[in-house]
Design a protein around this ligand. Sequence first.
Ligand code: LMR
Length: 329
Amino acid sequence: MKRLAVAVLAATLFAVPAFAQEIVIKFSHVVAPATPKGKAADRFKELAEKYTDGKVKVEVYPNSQLYKDKEELEALQLGAVQMLAPSLAKFGPLGVREYEAFDLPYIFPDKAALRKVLDGDVGKQLFAKLEDKGIRGLAYWDNGFKIMSANSPLLVPDDFLGLKLRIQSSKVLEAQMKALGAVPQVMAFSEVYQALQTGVVDGTENPPSNMFTQKMHEVQKHATISNHGYLGYAVIVNKKFWDELPEEIRAALDKAMVEATAYANEIAQAENDKALAAMKASGKTEFHEQTAEERAAWMEALRPVHDEVAERVGKDLIQSIYQATGAAN
Ligand code: LMR
């Protein structure tokens, strides 16, 4: 916190005043540049600078260079950075628990169902919940469905018993791992590789693009292509900063964001497919495709999580997701 306070002070002292020529947007994120989010952030930079004729400079800081998961949200609220794209699983500690509904196992049958929810009323209502935290939501960017990895095969739910598995800071993910008999450990993304390497945790879950670019496949012997849950992002800005921008600048940035979002959601699946293929080719991790029986057993073990966390994330929200996705629940 002390480091953060110093960083905030420095950022405040040296920030370019609003009336000066160049407006700087510091866009901090925790993943590698060669991921769906990393590429989309770079695309946003390119478009934002182009559409504002260089009046706005976007500085992208990948790989937790500036802040780790929890710190980056604090930094955004304090105005030390202006833009982030945390995963939807990371909004609980901010007091917006509803986003954890997106972590529910098997809640989205496919990406089309997911987009229907995020691009519809639910997505808008959830953005509205960020406003009194000093945050404005701009867009939702895709990553993909998660796979589960460890140093032992994860075929049936019993294979999870007693394994220490790293999770993001989401109570739904905590309930998910517990439902499988595992021991969940919340940990910042930047610490996962080392924790896997040294055995602090036994395994984790992530879409292939994150697993590959963090080299997790080099320290995980097994992975199951379970696609049991979703990981995607909310692109958010410091509300005060955004509201105080000259109108024509905001309009240009909105246009850049619309295009960067289309790009993000267009490349996400292919990036994950490529990452999975590269990891398979490396031969370091053994990838397991689930049989219908195995998938059914996972679903049966994980389905109770929906009811368990309904109170926390909102029964009505879960029902509206079921309705939008056409799930018979
Ligand atoms: C994670 O912490 O596993 C992910 O949220 C990282 C990310 O931003 O994709």
